[in-house]
Design a protein around this ligand. Sequence first.
Ligand code: CP3
Length: 354
Amino acid sequence: MPERNHLVQAKSLIRALHGEVHAQPTFWFMRQAGRYLPEYRQTRAKAKDFISLCLNPELATEITLQPIRRFAMDAAILFADILLVPHGLGQQVAFKEGEGPVLAPVASEADIDRLVGGAAGALERLAPVAATLRGVAAALPFDTALIGFAGAPWTVATYMVEGGSSRDFVATRRMANAEPKRFARLIDLLVDVTTDYLDMQIKAGAEAVQLFDSWAGVLTDVEFARWCVAPVREIVRRLETRHPGVPVIGFPKGAGIHYREYAMLTGVDAIGLDQTVPLDWAQSVLQKDAALQGNLDPIFLVIGGAAMEQATKRILETLGRGPFVFNLGHGIRPETPIAHVERLCELIRHWRAT
Ligand code: CP3
């Protein structure tokens, strides 16, 4: 069976995502490359802006490898951004210092038409990402896995419609509920492009892919089923036929009780838990359907000390006896002391399921 062969040959972290239980959990951290590292800040200064940094294979390869050199996590995550997809579709995207992303907002049918027209050239504009993955794959240590990623359609759509970050997502939810046909066109377009983009990443060396749905937690149950679960299920279904055996990690941040429906219906192999998901509930309700990944609150990595140790041990004790990959509940914060990251790696490495 090809599936079984794949498992035998796969790296430890990939096997964990497929459901293998390990006495010593594998781990990586969201945003493990980033501003808390001085070498990242140094490399970033060489590019004229953040998008050019993400689309420069030499610099992006270097940044992807930086945390691996320091901490030897079990996986590297591609250095890129979820907003490369709107950029690839031809939408104007810029990252302003201290302000976050700024996009030309999508509102009218004509705006969507333009994006649909941009889809044909999207993969070509995103081709440098494949070059980054090839560069990283060639340089990784023997058992270190390579994770590719994209934003999930709902979360990417919020940035496209709001024109940047948002607190309340009024424009996006207005379009989703008052102009559902228009919004569905945007979501369908994102399903198509995201699938092709992840397909490109897998062909270039990604051994697993993660879908970041950072704003899944603001939706009603009806919206969640339609705009979060359905598009993710479709992407997973298409990737499964093209790349059976490449695990998909879904991260519906903030989804609360909806995590259950997400685990049962999307078909993802592994679920990224944010820090608000109760551990006992995750273990008893979710871990039978999927491998779990998470969920140390990144604030504990800023605080360090006994608070971080206790929180880490609780996660390992509760989730570490089933299929599990240790991670944070969200990305590493820029003010995180490097010594705390070193200590956390040591805690995970010294823990054994008994
Ligand atoms: O995890 C990694 O190390 C891989 C790289 C990665 C980045 N962004 C690099 C980045 C990944 C996986 C992302 C995902 C991403 N990007 C998400 C989903 C995860 C989440 O955080 O919820 C979202 C919502 C974005 C969009 C985005 N990118 C925003 C809102 C911002 C500005 C806020 C901020 O943190 O600065 C970014 C910029 C960004 N993406 C940085 C990095 C390292 C900081 C840019 C800098 O150097 O100033």
